[in-house]
Design a protein around this ligand. Structure first.
Ligand code: ADP
Ligand code: MG
Length: 361
């Protein structure tokens, strides 16, 4: 249901409407949303730009191709699609795939979050609500506690749950038959999933970083949806500073649009894109203030490392989960830090980027 509402908002035929409203009006205009999970605002805002079909997605071609085959086969056989696990850093399209797949299958979607499923009873409303061949999406599935996870095993394997009521001699087991359904799980930490859970997903897909060309393509397409003129060189620059991540490309595009409308007659040239991104502290490598703060802490306080993640997190006053999920993956990929058994180490490239002197050895 919520998904329908979001899709209606994403109708690109009414650009005037979009200009008249503040960007974060999305959730407000959908007060009936029964979504049980609360997602970060940035994701909700993105409704207009979130693809609704596989063919509207950029990149991940191999993943899309495999999914199309699996979907086509399931539809042809009249069976539910096999359970799917998506893993990868934030903002690369896990939730997008989870919403697009049921649309391709012509079925419904329920959304849950692993953090909200603390006891088996939290799972029941979702499982008893599944209709035949529908999709249940559990985001952050690595947060599902063991006691709940065990219910997922039989639900996934046999479409059945056994609930024990009462205790001791009065204990009774109730067996519920479920409709055959598809579980889609998403996680930023595939390594934290237990083997029995991981093995029950027939399809496992890792979402990797996007190339600059793919993000440039995404930005040019989304500029059209937002009815804003973005020159090709500007799109390339925004893509270069988006940390290989579609969510960030969209966020940057929104900001550059605001900036261009107020400061530059609405046209995004290379110069406008650069000025706008410089103004919010996004540098040439696409690092934001938090990313640079991480590197500065590692270099200034810990002399470039090796330093444990917890120590860096405490010094920065940020949770170590945030650093590990949102900050480190791109720094690692950019070879600005390395992870060793003794801790994190800043590379010469990091010193150079921050214009700081490596300690003399
Ligand atoms: N392959 C893609 N093509 C187009 N847009 C994408 C793609 N992947 C992600 N996006 C955009 O980036 C935003 C964030 O993606 P999302 O699926 O929420 O990431 P995740 O769940 O992995 O953190 C989406 O709302 C969507 O607009
Ligand atoms: Mg998500």
């Amino acid at each position: 249901m919520a998904r329908e509402a979001v899709y209606q908002q994403s109708d690109p035929r009414d650009p005037g409407d979009d200009d008249a409203q503040p960007q974060n009006s999305g959730p407000v205009s959908d007060p009936s949303s029964p979504k049980p999970s609360s997602k970060p605002l940035s994701e909700e805002n993105d409704g207009k730009l979130r693809p609704t079909r596989l063919d509207e997605m950029v990149g991940q071609q191999d993943v899309i191709e495999r999914l199309k085959i699996a979907i086509g086969a399931a539809l042809r056989r009249g069976e539910p699609l096999g359970h799917i696990l998506f893993d990868g850093p934030p903002g690369l399209g896990k939730t997008t795939f989870a919403t697009v797949i049921p649309a391709e299958m012509g079925t419904t979607l329920q959304m849950a979050n692993g953090a909200g499923l603390s006891a088996p009873k939290d799972l029941l409303p979702y499982l008893t609500n599944v209709s035949a061949h529908s999709v249940l999406f559990i985001d952050e599935i690595h947060r599902v506690p063991k006691a709940v996870e065990e219910y997922l095993y039989t639900a996934m394997e046999d479409f059945r749950i056994d609930i024990v009521l009462g205790e001791g001699v009065n204990a009774r087991t109730l067996n519920f038959e479920l409709q055959p359904f598809t579980l889609i799980g998403a996680t930023t930490r595939a390594g934290m999933l237990s083997a029995p859970l991981r093995d029950r997903f027939q399809i496992r897909e890792h979402l990797g970083w996007y190339t600059q060309a793919q993000l440039t393509d995404l930005i040019l397409r989304n500029a059209k949806k937002l009815s804003i003129e973005v020159e090709e060189a500007a799109a390339t620059e925004i893509a270069r500073r988006s940390r290989s991540t579609p969510r960030l490309a969209n966020n940057r595009l929104h900001w550059v649009r605001d900036y261009a409308q107020v400061r530059a007659k609405g046209v995004v040239t290379l110069g406008v894109a650069r000025d706008a991104l410089d103004m919010i502290g996004i540098d040439r490598l696409g690092l934001d203030k938090q990313d640079r703060n991480y590197l500065e802490t590692l270099i200034r306080v810990f002399a470039g490392g090796p330093s444990g993640l917890e120590a860096i997190a405490h010094t920065m006053n940020v949770s170590s989960d945030t650093l590990e999920d949102e900050v480190e993956p791109f720094l690692l990929r950019s070879e600005l830090i390395v992870r060793t058994r003794r801790g994190r180490i800043a590379t010469p490239k990091a010193f150079e980027h921050l214009k700081m002197q490596p300690p003399s050895v």
